[in-house]
Ligand binder design. Structure first.
Ligand code: GLC
Length: 440
């Protein structure tokens, strides 16, 4: 096997088992409360935006509460925006004053986040924007996204991109050396010719690996909206990333490389329609929808990184808390069909999805069915069927009056009435299928 792929496989073992993580987008943009791109979308100059630091109190910031919520929801890792595109740092950096130590909160928010999540046994990651709209040496005029892109007076003549890279490397080094063991770094993002060598990606990955060799990274030093980079090839670069990062979508058939081998991936999705706090966005997904998204990712061999956007006081919106608590209730009973699970190698059934962990196949019934439910695609001899929420027996049956269907085995979800309606758990009722030995 190719060495980069081999090492990637080893490094991502915990990550592929974990399956469910929390993304946290938090920064000054929580005050305008129109999403984290507000500076770019509304072309706000730094001088106008920067004073928000004076109001960024984070007075209700209690990362232990966030961590407990993540744990309750069944999330195994969390990724916080240490710095987003606006350049404001949530950590104590010596390389710019534009950081949370000098904001109204006067705190190293990253440090507290890491301590709190580690204390709950949750793996920790940091999102770091390789784009920086505050740094004077980052291209302004004519850049694709910079807030000052339409201002010829912000021309790039005296900007020195190497100086920017020194700053970027320096900040990443601070994060990797001052905060103990990190599990993940989420670099964001590449576009146009702003990718790979432009970021000195090879040098960067060498630095990352020399400080924290186990750390896993996403694919965005190379991958962009235009393509995923060499992670999908048979010969990925060292900085191609440990996982692919499809955004706001779940890939139709999971992600495989050109050899047809599965590639670790993580779909990142928002709970409403924004990453950063957006006060008027109440388009929240239901807990049921989130459960279905999670199961879908796992059934295709991927992870779900689900976002919350705390407000400027540091509170995760109530709607998000409620949804995550309900997801947690479901996870309490059913997480066995999520952790350590992946592709079942069976076509998607009509009534839901299959996930699998070795010889255990999990039938996720999401659509109520009248009568018996066919275990399509499972041909081995079945030893037993159990509902995993309460380990109750699920009865197997054969279809008695239509011979053509007898190649399938069937089950009833309501054992005493010999039917399957209504679903015991309308969100997703999970049945564990154990095959006879030698049938896997
Ligand atoms: C994007 C956006 C961004 C968000 C992120 C999450 O590339 O620029 O605001 O942080 O992806 O995946």
């Amino acid at each position: 096997m190719n060495k980069v792929i081999e090492e990637r496989t080893k490094r991502t073992e915990w990550y592929r088992d974990a399956r469910f993580g929390m993304f946290i987008h938090w920064g000054l943009y929580a005050i305008p409360a129109r999403g984290e791109w507000v500076r770019s979308v509304e072309q706000i100059p730094h001088e106008e935006y920067c004073p928000l630091t004076e109001e960024f109190t984070a007075e209700n910031y209690n990362p232990r509460e966030w961590a407990r919520l993540a744990k309750k929801a069944g999330m195994k890792y969390a990724v916080l925006t240490a710095k987003h595109h606006d350049g404001f740092c949530l950590f104590d950096t010596k390389l710019t004053d534009y950081n949370s130590m000098n904001a109204a909160c006067h705190k190293d928010l990253v440090k507290e986040f890491l301590e709190a999540f580690r204390a709950e046994g949750i793996k920790v990651g940091l999102y770091f924007s390789i784009i920086d709209w505050r740094h004077p040496d980052f291209p302004h005029y004519g850049d694709m996204h910079h807030p000052m892109r339409n201002h010829p007076e912000c021309s790039n003549e005296n900007r020195n991109f190497d100086r920017y890279l020194d700053f970027m490397f320096g900040q990443i080094k601070e994060l990797l050396t001052n905060y103990g063991k990190l599990d993940l770094m989420w670099f964001d993002f590449s576009y146009g010719d702003m990718k790979c060598d432009k970021w000195k990606a090879q040098e960067l990955i060498s630095m990352v690996r020399s400080i924290q060799p186990w750390l896993i990274i996403d694919n965005r030093l190379e991958g962009s909206a235009e393509d995923s980079g060499s992670i999908l090839t048979a010969n990925p670069t060292e900085y191609s990333g440990d996982f692919a990062s499809p955004e706001q979508m779940i890939p139709p058939a999971g992600i495989r490389n050109e050899l047809g081998d599965p590639v670790p991936w993580e779909a990142c999705l928002t709970l409403n329609n924004n990453w950063g706090y957006a006060s008027s966005d109440h388009h929240y997904k239901s807990a049921e929808m989130v459960i279905h998204m999670l199961v879908e990712c796992v059934s295709k061999g991927g992870n779900l990184l689900l976002n919350v956007g705390p407000d400027a006081k540091g509170r995760i919106p109530k709607e998000s808390v409620k949804i995550l608590e309900e997801v947690g209730e479901w996870m309490d009973e059913n997480s066995k069909s999520i952790y350590g699970c992946g592709y079942a190698g069976i076509d998607k059934p009509e009534w839901g999805r299959y996930t699998r962990n070795g010889s255990k196949i999990y039938a996720h019934v999401m659509e109520a069915q009248a009568g018996a439910i066919p275990l399509t695609g499972i041909h081995g001899k079945i030893k037993r069927l159990r509902r995993i929420s309460d380990n109750s027996e699920v009865r197997l049956t054969n279809y008695w009056n239509l011979k053509e269907y007898s190649q399938n085995q069937f089950f009833f979800l309501n054992a005493d009435t010999c039917d399957s309606y209504p679903l015991p758990d309308p969100r997703d009722t999970v049945v564990e299928v154990t095959l006879e030995e030698n049938e896997n």
